[in-house]
Ligand binder design. Structure first.
Ligand code: GDP
Ligand code: IMO
Ligand code: MG
Length: 433
C-alpha cells in the first residue's frame, strides 16, 4: 500500500524526519509539488541533512526518489543538493528520477519573486525568494519551460527568447539578454538528462510490479494555493489533491494519508496565525524547538496547538492519522493551552473560516491542560511517556478527530514512538497486508 505524508499545519511540521523514518517501509519516495522553498531536516547519527528538492528518502540506500511534474525545479539548486549529499557520503547516482513535465525555475524567476515582494510593500507574503511563485505563474500562463524541453534546443531557444522578452516587459527599464539564459540551460541539460523520465509511466509500472510508494508533501495544508490562508500561501497544492496531479497517478493509488503536525504551531512568513504567542512563551517555544527556518534561517512564529486548523487539515486531506512531532519541546511547562475553537466577533467558530480577513479577526478559545516535568526526549514507547503527556496526546486526538499513529520525541530517527497498535496501521511492504 502507498502512503501520502503531508503537512497538516503551516509547513515545517517535521515531514522530513517522518518520511526518512518510514522510508524503509517503501520502495520509492516521490515529491509531488513545491520546490527548493522546502527544507526537510533529517538527522542521522548526529549528522544533519536538509533536503530541499530531493525527496527525504534519499538517505536510505536502494530507494528510488522521484521529483514529480508538480514540482518546480531550479537546476542549480538541484545540482548543489546532489553535490552536498555526495560530500556527505550519499550517492544519488541513478536513484534520482525527474519528471520531463516538471517546470524549471530560471534565474529571472528569483528576481521576479523579490520584485513582486518589494512591490507588495506592507502586504508582502514573506516568500522564500526562491522564484517559486513566478515559475508557477509561467506554468499556468502556458509559457513555462519544462525539463523535457531541454532535449530540443531549437524550440528551447525560441521559448527562452519569448520568455525573457515577456520578463523584460514586466520589469521597468530591463533589457535582459536571452542568450546567457539559453546557454546556461543547455549546460544544465547534459547533467539533468540521465535522470529525466516519464514518471507517471514509471510509477504506474512500479505499482503494477507490487512496489510501494511514499508520497512526500512539501509546505503544509494551510499554505496550499487553494485551501490555505490565501494570499499568504505558496503557489502549489500542498494538500492531498497535489499527489494525483503532481505525479500522474489515480486517486486509488493513495492507500493512506498521514498528516504531520507539531504538538504546537509555527509559521514562517506573513499571514494570520490565530494562536500566535508574541511574548515570553513564544520565545520559549522558539528556543526549545529551535524554530528557525531550515532554508532561510528566519525565526518562526510560534503558538499553541490549533485544533481548528488541524481539523480543517483532516477534512481537506481526508487524513487517516497524525504524526505528532516535537512533543519534547513542551517538556517542563506547567500548563499547555490548546485552541479548540475561535471567537469571531460575537460568534464562536468550530470550523476554520474560508476567508483570511475573518481568520485575522478570530481569537483563539483555549482549553488548558496540565504539563509534565519529566523529559520525554528520546522516548520510544508510548507507555513510558509521563501520564500528563499521554493525556495531552489523547486530548489532541479527540479534538483533532484522528489518532496519532506516530509520536516524535526528538529529531533523530530513533526518537520516535510508532504506534502500530492504533486504529490506523502505517503500511509496510515488509509486512504482507
Ligand atoms: P519539515 O519541513 O516539515 O521537514 O520540517 P523542518 O525540517 O523544516 O523543521 C522541523 C525541525 O524540527 C527540524 O529541525 C527537525 O530536525 C526537528 N524535529 C523533528 N521532529 C522533532 C521532534 O520530535 N523533536 C524535536 N525536538 N525536534 C524535531
Ligand atoms: P517545508 O516543506 C514553511 C512559506 C513562506 C511564505 C509562503 C510563500 O519545509 O515545510 P514561497 O517561497 O513558497 O512562495 O513562499 O510559504 N513557505 C514555507 N513555510 N515551510 C515550508 O516548506 C515553506 N515553503 C514556503 O515562508 O510564507
Ligand atoms: Mg521545513
Amino acid at each position: 500500500m502507498n502512503l501520502a505524508v503531508l503537512g497538516a499545519q503551516w509547513g515545517d511540521e517535521g515531514k522530513g524526519k517522518i518520511v526518512d523514518l518510514l522510508t524503509p517501509r517503501f520502495d520509492i519516495v516521490a515529491r509531488y509539488q513545491g520546490g527548493h522553498n522546502a527544507g526537510h531536516t533529517v538527522f542521522v547519527n548526529g549528522t544533519k541533512f536538509v533536503l530541499r528538492l530531493i525527496p527525504s528518502g534519499m538517505l536510505h540506500p536502494g530507494i528510488t526518489c522521484v521529483i514529480g511534474n508538480g514540482v518546480v525545479v531550479d537546476p542549480e539548486a538541484l545540482f548543489a543538493e546532489v553535490d552536498e549529499l555526495s560530500r556527505n557520503g550519499i550517492d544519488v547516482g541513478d536513484r534520482l528520477v525527474v519528471s520531463d513535465k516538471a517546470h524549471l525555475i530560471l534565474p529571472y524567476h528569483r528576481d521576479l519573486d523579490l520584485l513582486a515582494e518589494a512591490r507588495r510593500g506592507e502586504r508582502k507574503i514573506g516568500t522564500t525568494s526562491r522564484g517559486i511563485g513566478p515559475a508557477y505563474e509561467d506554468k499556468i500562463a502556458r509559457r513555462g519551460i519544462r525539463v523535457g524541453d531541454l532535449a530540443d534546443p531549437d524550440a528551447l531557444e525560441q521559448n527562452v527568447r519569448d520568455n525573457v522578452l515577456a520578463r523584460n516587459r514586466l520589469v521597468h527599464d530591463s533589457t535582459m539578454d536571452w542568450k546567457p539564459v539559453f546557454d546556461q540551460l543547455l549546460a544544465h541539460a547534459a547533467r539533468l538528462q540521465p535522470w529525466v523520465r516519464d514518471i507517471s509511466l514509471m510509477l504506474n509500472d512500479a505499482m503494477s510490479d507490487g512496489r510501494c510508494i511514499l508520497f512526500e508533501g512539501a509546505q503544509g495544508t494551510l499554505l496550499d494555493i487553494d485551501h490555505g490562508t490565501y494570499p499568504y500561501v505558496t503557489s502549489s497544492n500542498a494538500s492531498i489533491g497535489g499527489v494525483c496531479t503532481g505525479l500522474g497517478i489515480g486517486p486509488r493509488a493513495i492507500g493512506g494519508v498521514l498528516g504531520v503536525a507539531k504538538a504546537y504551531t509555527t509559521r514562517v512568513g506573513e499571514g494570520p496565525l490565530p494562536t500566535e504567542l508574541v511574548g515570553e512563551m513564544g520565545n520559549r517555544l522558539r528556543d526549545s524547538g529551535n524554530e528557525y527556518g531550515a532554508v532561510t534561517g528566519r525565526p518562526r512564529r510560534c503558538g499553541w496547538y490549533d485544533a481548528v486548523a488541524v481539523r480543517y487539515g483532516v477534512r481537506i486531506n481526508g487524513l487517516d492519522a497524525l504524526a505528532l512531532t516535537k512533543l519534547d519541546v513542551l517538556d517542563g511547562l506547567d500548563r499547555i493551552d490548546v485552541c479548540t475553537s475561535y471567537r469571531c466577533g460575537s460568534r464562536r467558530l468550530t470550523e476554520f473560516p474560508s476567508d483570511v480577513g475573518q481568520l485575522s479577526s478570530c481569537e483563539p478559545i483555549y482549553e488548558s491542560l496540565p504539563g509534565w516535568s519529566t523529559p520525554t526526549r528520546g522516548i520510544r514507547r508510548f507507555s513510558e511517556l509521563p501520564e500528563n503527556a499521554r493525556r495531552y496526546i489523547a486530548r489532541l486526538e479527540e479534538i483533532s478527530g484522528v489518532p496519532a499513529a506516530i509520536v516524535s520525541t526528538g529529531s533523530e530517527r530513533e526518537h520516535t514512538i510508532v504506534r502500530d497498535d492504533q486504529r490506523f496501521q502505517i503500511p509496510d511492504r515488509r509486512v504482507p497486508a
